[in-house]
Design a protein around this ligand. Structure first.
Ligand code: DLZ
Length: 154
């Protein structure tokens, strides 16, 4: 399954593609995170990237600092996390810190950074977007694919 809303041409190795990818991943909602990480690794493999560096941090709030560290060592980066509104008292703060932090890292480090931090209302919505069995979207794949395609484009 390709990522939701991604270009129709399947991801494949390319001469001008990145050689390495960093995956910055939160630890909350472990099972859903496993699906997101599987998707990001699958996108890397489809693009012919063997060099995959992973950093695991406690929560989505910490994903941008891990992404920054990876951006200094790898060609592209993807940030992964799951923030569920109903279960997270400071949902808006964590979600916006993760999203704007990843955008900031991309611009400051001149490195494509895919945003695979899911910000959803319920656990069911997160599962549906995380790319596992029966999911309608493959957000980890899509975020990694976006970073890879951006690297090729710029
Ligand atoms: C504290 C917290 C809460 C309540 N919920 C989530 C969540 O749903 N997803 C997530 O990735 N992280 C959560 N966190 C942890 C914060 O991201 C962060 O790790 C802590 O606030 C410590 O800085």
């Amino acid at each position: 399954m390709a990522g939701h809303g991604t270009p129709s041409t399947p991801l494949a190795p390319a001469e001008n593609g990145p050689r390495s990818i960093g995956i910055a991943a939160a630890s909350w909602h472990a099972q859903i995170m496993d699906s997101l990480m599987d998707g990001a690794r699958r996108a890397a493999r489809d693009a012919g990237i063997d060099d995959i560096v992973e950093i695991r941090v406690p929560g989505s709030f910490e994903v941008p600092i891990a992404a920054q560290s990876l951006a200094r060592a790898t060609d592209v980066v993807v940030g992964l996390g799951v923030v569920i509104r109903g279960e997270t008292p400071h949902f808006e703060h964590i979600a916006s810190a993760a999203t704007s932090g990843l955008a900031q890292v991309a611009l400051e480090e001149s490195t494509p950074v895919g945003n695979g931090v899911l910000t959803v209302n319920t656990q069911e919505q997160a599962i549906a977007r995380a790319g596992g069995e029966g999911a309608s979207e493959d957000a980890g794949y899509a975020a990694a694919e976006a970073a890879i395609r951006t690297y090729r484009a710029i």
